[in-house]
Design a protein around this ligand. Structure first.
Ligand code: PHE
Length: 454
């Protein structure tokens, strides 16, 4: 349990600390910003059903596998595979995870920067009144300017600062209070949103599937990608977090509670957004700006108090985003720190700077009218969408497929039973077969089905 420098490896102070940190990683922009906009673009209820199935069938077993690998190896994304399976190419899965961490954080910090920009506007008065051009154009004006880079920079600087402080002091403490507060606030806002006149349409959009939508292969890929993104899976973030776990922990309970909470956040966020979208006559398929144009309408509707609510909301959203950003950065830092025997501080600053630079084209390439909006990459998508598509819909599910196969196919039956904490129960056997067969087949089927996406 010591690292290369002979120091004792850091560990979570308490079991609750670990679960809270894993929850902090999972709950973030993925639940509110990304969930609403991809659900909105992909037809609502059909998407939601496939997303929930993906969470149960694929998300839970993959999360268990990541915790198991991390706890067993007590090491980082890449070295975990080296340690458990020396001389085999499985470490490449960890390498892909580190690469995905770079890509995701590069655009994640951009969106967290938007939320910070809105928070500041609720503090300084910029959003105390409805902008004369309307919220849609207000957002559009912002993302087509160069300003997002400055906000992205601030987010990266804060994230780097927290990761420099290390596992216990930095990561474990953040969000013990703020995440529950965000939960309470979105429940209240969801109830309020239902009173705005769009409840019927909003709820049927989210919960009443249009059966034709199931015929669209794209919905499956998008829902799968969203499940991975939202649960922080497929890129070794939870291997890395699991590696700070002491050996004796009950993993199924931990994974179950992280998943339940994360899913609840997403569904409540949907109930908060879609009734309002219909009440205000907006387009659910508005894209990445959806929550940034819908929420200010809701706050505006509340009246004077709405300013305080808006301020509180964006503050908590930024906090939730940062606790996720920390886990993304931690994957990269933990790896390079060991690889180059560098200090945590130096590694974090170097890696954080590189990720900031990679994110700049995303910051300037969200909208076709943005400075780099004309730049298109994968399947005609802009830079931001390409980075998101590649990392979230391809790399994460591919990582998850390989992680499940690594445990299911290369570990002994008895190892799987023991390391999963399922023991010799029926559940343990089911779990093992899900890893061996169900997860790989399901993910491959979705991939094959959506080859037209490139
Ligand atoms: N799960 C985080 C969110 O929903 C994002 C994330 C993805 C974090 C992958 C870590 C790894 O906001």
């Amino acid at each position: 349990m010591s690292d290369l420098n002979g120091q004792a490896r850091e560990q979570w102070a308490t079991r609750l600390g670990f679960i809270l940190a894993a929850m902090g990683s999972a709950v973030g922009l993925g639940n509110i910003w990304r969930f609403s906009y991809v659900a909105g673009e992909s037809g609502g209820a059909a998407f939601l059903i496939i997303y929930l199935l993906a969470i149960l069938l694929i998300g839970f077993p993959v999360m268990m596998s990541e915790f198991m690998i991390g706890r067993r190896s007590q090491s980082d994304a890449v070295d975990s595979f080296h340690k458990i399976s020396p001389g085999r190419p499985w470490f490449l899965v960890g390498g892909m995870g580190v690469a995905a961490g770079f890509i995701i954080l590069s655009f994640y910090a951009v969106v967290a920067g938007w939320a910070l920009r809105y928070l500041i506007a609720y503090i300084t008065g910029g959003l105390w009144n409805t902008p004369s051009e309307g919220y849609g154009s207000y957002f559009g004006g912002f993302i087509t300017s160069y300003q997002p880079i400055a906000w992205q920079f601030v987010i990266m600087a804060v994230t780097v600062g927290i990761v420099v402080m290390g596992v216990k002091k930095g990561i474990e403490k953040s969000n013990k209070i703020l995440m529950p507060l965000l939960g309470i606030l979105i429940v209240i806002l969801a109830i309020y949103s239902l009173t705005l006149g769009g409840a019927k349409e909003g709820l049927s959009f989210l919960f009443k599937p249009d059966w034709d939508a199931f015929a669209d292969p794209n919905v499956y890929l998008v829902a799968l990608g969203q499940a991975f993104f939202s649960l922080s899976l497929g890129m070794a973030a939870l291997i890395t977090y699991g590696s700070y776990l002491p050996q004796k922990e009950k993993l199924p309970g931990a994974a179950g509670s992280v998943i339940a909470l994360d899913t609840a956040f997403a569904v409540v966020a949907g109930i908060m957004i879609f009734p309002a979208v219909f009440a205000f006559g907006m387009d659910p398929g508005a894209g990445p700006g959806l929550v940034f144009i819908t929420l200010p309408e809701i706050f505006n509707n509340i009246g004077g108090l709405g300013i305080v609510v808006g301020l509180l909301f964006f503050f908590l959203l930024v906090a939730a985003a940062i606790s996720s950003a920390i886990s993304l950065l931690e994957v990269c830092v933990a790896y390079f720190m060991r690889k180059f025997s560098m200090s945590r501080r130096a590694t974090t600053i170097v890696i954080g700077s590189i990720i900031f630079l990679i994110g700049i084209p995303s910051a300037l390439g969200v909208d076709p009218d943005a400075p780099l909006g004309g730049l298109t990459l994968i399947g005609g998508r802009g830079f931001f969408d390409s980075a998101d598509f590649l990392a979230s819909n391809i790399m994460l599910p591919l990582g998850g497929l390989l992680i499940a196969m690594f445990v299911g196919w290369t570990w002994d039956k008895s190892e799987i039973m023991r390391e999963s904490d399922f023991g010799q129960s029926k559940l343990g056997t089911v779990f093992r077969w899900v890893l061996i067969l169900a997860v790989p087949v399901a993910i491959l089927a979705v991939f094959i089905n959506s080859l037209n996406q490139f």
